[in-house]
Design a protein around this ligand. Sequence first.
Ligand SMILES: [Zn+2]
Length: 65
Amino acid sequence: MVTAFLSVFIIGLIGYLVVRVVYNVTKNDNTIKDKTIRCPYCQSINDEDAVYCKKCGKKLKEEQK
Ligand SMILES: [Zn+2]
């Protein structure tokens, strides 16, 4: 009884960890894409076409003239 419970628990835990690792890898791939711009103030990664940093709210690019 206890052994069966432990087996289910361990299998569930391993499944959870695998899903987490896969999810993190996918997430990283999405984050580190080519079309990104790094905020000069807080170093967070924003989309290339972003005007303001999504984290600190400061302007990412100087106004072009
Ligand atoms: Zn920022």
